[in-house]
Write a protein that binds this ligand. Structure first.
Ligand code: GDD
Ligand code: MN
Length: 377
């Protein structure tokens, strides 16, 4: 077992140097890349007390097994294997919080980032010049030539939006390569969203100008093995993050998505009601039930694919989840009507009472779905 250096105790003779730098590497299906990255870190960080923390979301390709093997031979390597969770930002947050080094870096496992910049980044933090150093593709000397045109366009668009809407001043807030003082990160951590890809943007936006940031250029290379996990849903995550930061985190990304899906449910309800009445000639009560059932079902499916895609229910769990969702929404409807009724009794303004009821309903459904339908295992 490692002998930790205890505060107030003179360094015991066999003490291991505590790391100055923790390199956090989020991984999902990176089995063929992690060993190369480890070797490159070892080569470039000689002379620095470092450790590397891989945070793997239980990759089906068994990345964590490879990391465990590396760790068995080198105590500087650690592995966090997360089960039942997915998400790049969440993995990075957990990795940084698992470290006790004064400085933490985040770097991709696929060797697209330039690990030879790490020593320079560390020096900038240690000298006190900055609290956060960003590896930037969009300043003089940096590049993202490995991007195809579509990816390049999307990245630049998101960067513009972030700069204008969130008043983020750095050139490359979408970068996934950075190093930060851990004490500063610890302060910000409770405000960060665990969902999505944009951890750096989240950090910078949440700090609201409180961080001294330096950017250094690097060339975004090509992936060594495997494929990118960024899909079109990332755009949705990005939108949600921007909205959440704009509202000062009063509304979370997940809640926003849940409410958006709910609004779409109203459309589904009316369409189904209309079809049931006009095409199927059902009596009103049955048609209305049809509408409600259709809306709940489509809300469930959309929430499973979008809102909770990091905890998506699969197989038989879908059926169980759907039934629970019906139950949650039915109680939500009672709460909705109850609140609307009591508001109306106080102040007979129909739209105010209606809005209060609807708000109660969505908040209830959101809270209870999170607890019972998509609860963390
Ligand atoms: N633990 C965990 N969980 N790791 C993940 C997950 C996840 O759900 N999704 C992706 N990763 C890991 C990958 O294994 C890889 O090491 C790293 O996060 C980056 O993922 P890629 O799939 O390679 O992303 P990319 O290359 O398309 O995007 C990169 O560049 C973007 C800038 O354009 C990332 O660095 C993004 O963060 C960055 O915004
Ligand atoms: Mn990549």
């Amino acid at each position: 077992m490692n002998q930790a250096i205890r505060p107030g105790v003179e360094n015991p003779p066999q003490a291991v140097a505590t790391p100055q730098l923790s390199v956090v590497v989020p991984t999902f299906n990176e089995r063929d890349n992690v060993t190369t990255l480890y070797r490159r870190l070892e080569a470039t960080l000689s002379g620095i007390a470092w450790e590397v923390i891989f945070v793997d979301d239980n990759s089906p390709d068994g990345t964590w097994e490879v990391v465990r093997d590396l760790a068995a031979g080198d105590s500087r390597v650690r592995c966090i294997r997360r089960i039942g969770r997915r998400g790049l930002s969440g993995a990075c947050i957990e990795g940084i919080l698992a470290s006790s080094a004064p400085y933490a870096a985040v770097i991709d496992a696929d060797l697209q980032h330039d690990e030879t910049q790490l020593a320079k980044m560390l020096a900038l933090l240690q000298s006190g010049e900055a609290d956060l150093v960003v590896g930037s593709r969009y300043i003089e000397g940096g590049s993202a030539d490995s991007f195809n045109r579509q990816r390049a366009g999307a990245s630049q668009f998101a960067t513009e939006v972030a700069k204008r809407v969130l008043r983020v001043k750095i050139a490359d807030p979408m970068s996934g390569f950075f190093m930060i003082r851990r004490d500063k990160f610890e302060q910000l951590a409770p405000q960060l969203s665990t969902q999505g890809f944009k951890i750096l943007l989240d950090i910078v936006a949440s700090a609201q100008g409180d961080l001294r940031i330096k950017e250094i250029p690097f060339t975004f290379g090509s992936r060594l093995h495997g494929e990118s996990k960024l899909d079109s849903m990332v755009a949705l995550d990005f939108l949600g993050l921007v909205l959440a930061k704009l509202t000062n985190d009063i509304v979370s990304l997940r809640f926003l998505m849940f409410a958006m899906v709910g609004s779409l449910g109203i459309l589904v309800h009316f369409s189904a009601l209309y079809i049931a009445l006009e095409a199927l000639h059902l009596p009103f009560a049955e048609a209305q039930a049809c509408g409600a059932l259709s809306a709940m079902t489509s809300n469930f499916i959309l929430n499973n694919f979008l809102t909770y895609r990091d905890q998506r229910l699969k197989g038989i769990a879908i059926l169980r989840g759907l039934l629970l969702f019906y139950l949650v929404c039915s109680v939500g409807l009672l709460a909705n009507v109850g609140v609307a009724f009591s508001v109306y009794a106080q102040e007979p303004i129909w739209w105010l009472a209606g809005a209060a009821g609807a708000l109660m309903g969505v908040v209830w459904n959101y809270a209870m779905s999170g607890l019972f339908v998509w609860r963390k295992r």
